[in-house]
Design a protein around this ligand. Structure first.
Ligand SMILES: Cc1cc2nc3c(=O)[nH]c(=O)nc-3n(C[C@H](O)[C@H](O)[C@H](O)COP(=O)(O)OP(=O)(O)OC[C@H]3O[C@@H](n4cnc5c(N)ncnc54)[C@H](O)[C@@H]3O)c2cc1C
Length: 384
C-alpha cells in the first residue's frame, strides 16, 4: 500500500482508537488534540465507563459491542493492561415495560452472552443492601464491567506513537478546502495537510461543522461519588441500572478505586456549553441524585459527597451515532453523536474507520447524518 497521509482530529475514545487502528493498517497518521487524550472536559474524561452487551434489540450496536469486547480483551492482554474490570450488572425496571432487556435477550443469546430474568425475591436475598420498593422486574447480565476511561485514552495515544504515529497538541480552528479538505489550520497558524481526514471532536464538533447545530445537543451530565457504607463496594454489589417512568435512567458503580459509590443519570435535560459553562455542582441535580441513591440504597442516606465531575454528552436527536462523510468534503469522515454511550465502542469504531477508508466499506446505514433531517429531539435512547 502506498503511504497515505491521514489526519485525525480529536484524541478521545473515538479519534484515539481510529488513529491507532489506521496507523497499524499502514497509513501515516497525525493525531491532533487541543487538550490531550481523555482530558477532564472531554466526553472520554473521568475514571470509568461501563461496557455492556444489552442494547435494547439493536443489531448494529450488539455487533459493535461484541467486537469491542473482544478488542478490549485482546489489547488488555497484548499490552499487559487491565482497563476492563468485570463486575456483572443488575438491570431494574420501576413500573416500566422491561422491553429494553427482553428485546436484547435473543440477540445476545445468538452471540453467547446471557441476560437472565431474576425474581425480586432472589435479588432481595442476594443483595439485601438494595431496597426494591416499586421495582417490578429485574435482569442480571454477568458479562458487564467498567473500563478505565481517561487512562485507556492515554495508553492508546502512547501505543499509537509507539506504532509510528505523530501526535500534535494543537487546536484546529478551521478547515481549508471546498469539495475536499486540503488542510486543517491550527490556532497557532500551523497548517497540516493530508490525503484524508477524520474528525472526532466530541462536544466541540459543531465548532468545525456548524451544520450539526440542528442535530446535536450538548448536555450537562453530573456524576456523584458518595462515601460508601460497609457492604457497598464493587466486591459486594454489581453495577446497577434503574429504568423509571418518563424515560429516566439512573445507574451506578459501587465503590471502586476507593473513590466512592458512583451515581449518574441518563437524562438530557440540562444543556451545557463545553467551554463557557461552570462545571460545579448543580444543587437541583444533587438533590435529585441524593434522593435516588438513598431510595434504592438506604444505607447511603445522608452519605458524604466525596467527589463530583461534570461531564458532557454530545447527543444526536435520536440518541444514535453519526458516522458519515461531511456533506461538503469527499475525503473526510465525521464521527460524532456518541450520545452518552460511545466509550465502550472505541476499538470497534476504529476498525470501522479503517474499513471505510481502506476498503470503502460504508458505515452502517443507521448512522447516516441525513436520517436526522426534520427529526424531533428524543429524551433518551430508551424512549419508545
Ligand atoms: C457522565 C458520562 C457517562 C458515560 N457513560 C458511558 C458508559 O458507561 N459507557 C459508554 O460506552 N459511554 C459512556 N459515556 C459516553 C462516552 O464517554 C462518550 O460517548 C465518548 O467518550 C465520546 O468519545 P469521543 O472521542 O467522541 O469524544 P471526546 O472524548 O470528547 O473527544 C473529543 C476530543 O476532541 C478534541 N477536540 C475537539 N475539538 C478539537 C479541535 N478543534 N482541535 C483539536 N482537538 C479538538 C477534544 O479536546 C477531545 O479530546 C458517558 C459519558 C458521560 C459524560
Amino acid at each position: 500500500m502506498t503511504k497515505n497521509k491521514i489526519i485525525v482530529v480529536g484524541a478521545g475514545a473515538w479519534g484515539g482508537w481510529s488513529a491507532y487502528m489506521l496507523q497499524r493498517a499502514g497509513y501515516e497518521v497525525t493525531l491532533i488534540d487541543k487538550e490531550g487524550p481523555g482530558h477532564e472536559r472531554a466526553g472520554s474524561g473521568g475514571k470509568t465507563r461501563i461496557i455492556r452487551m444489552a442494547y435494547g434489540g439493536s443489531q448494529v450496536y450488539t455487533d459493535m459491542v461484541d467486537r469491542s469486547f473482544r478488542l478490549w480483551e485482546h489489547y488488555c492482554e497484548a499490552w499487559s493492561e487491565d482497563f476492563y474490570h468485570e463486575k456483572g450488572s443488575l438491570w431494574m425496571f420501576r413500573g416500566v415495560d422491561p422491553a429494553y432487556a427482553t428485546l436484547s435477550q435473543p440477540l445476545m443469546r445468538e452471540k453467547g452472552y446471557a441476560l437472565n430474568k431474576v425474581g425480586l425475591d432472589q435479588v432481595a436475598k442476594r443483595y439485601p443492601q438494595i431496597y426494591l420498593k416499586d421495582i417490578t422486574s429485574a435482569f442480571y447480565e454477568p458479562k458487564v464491567g467498567y473500563l478505565e476511561a481517561s487512562r485507556a485514552c492515554k495508553v492508546v495515544k502512547a501505543k499509537f506513537e509507539e506504532a509510528g504515529g505523530t501526535y500534535v497538541n494543537n487546536k484546529v480552528i478551521s478547515i481549508e478546502g471546498s469539495s475536499k479538505v486540503e488542510a486543517v489550520i491550527c490556532e497557532d497558524g500551523m497548517r497540516l495537510v493530508a490525503d484524508q481526514f477524520v474528525f472526532a471532536c466530541g462536544p466541540w464538533m459543531k465548532a468545525l461543522f456548524p451544520d450539526l447545530n440542528s442535530v446535536i445537543n450538548i448536555t450537562r451530565q453530573e456524576v456523584y461519588y458518595y462515601q460508601s457504607p460497609p457492604g457497598h463496594s464493587g466486591d459486594d454489589l454489581p453495577i446497577w441500572l434503574e429504568f423509571r417512568e418518563g424515560d429516566h435512567m439512573y445507574y451506578g458503580i459501587p465503590d471502586h478505586f476507593d473513590q466512592g459509590f458512583k451515581l449518574a443519570y441518563d437524562q438530557r435535560d440540562w444543556s451545557l456549553d463545553p467551554d463557557k459553562d461552570d462545571r460545579g455542582v448543580t444543587q437541583v441535580i444533587l438533590k435529585e441524585m441524593s434522593a435516588v441513591v438513598a431510595n434504592r440504597f438506604p444505607d447511603l442516606k445522608g452519605a458524604e459527597l466525596l467527589k463530583h465531575h461534570t461531564c458532557v454528552y454530545e447527543s444526536s436527536l435520536d440518541g444514535h451515532y453519526i458516522m458519515d462523510r461531511p456533506d461538503k468534503f469527499s475525503n473526510a469522515v465525521m464521527l460524532c453523536g456518541s450520545s452518552g454511550h460511545g466509550f465502550k465502542m472505541g476499538p470497534a469504531v476504529g476498525e470501522m474507520v479503517v474499513s471505510r477508508l481502506r476498503d470503502q466499506k460504508p458505515f452502517p446505514e443507521e448512522f447516516r447524518r441525513e436520517r436526522l433531517n426534520g427529526m424531533r429531539q428524543a429524551k433518551s435512547p430508551y424512549e419508545a
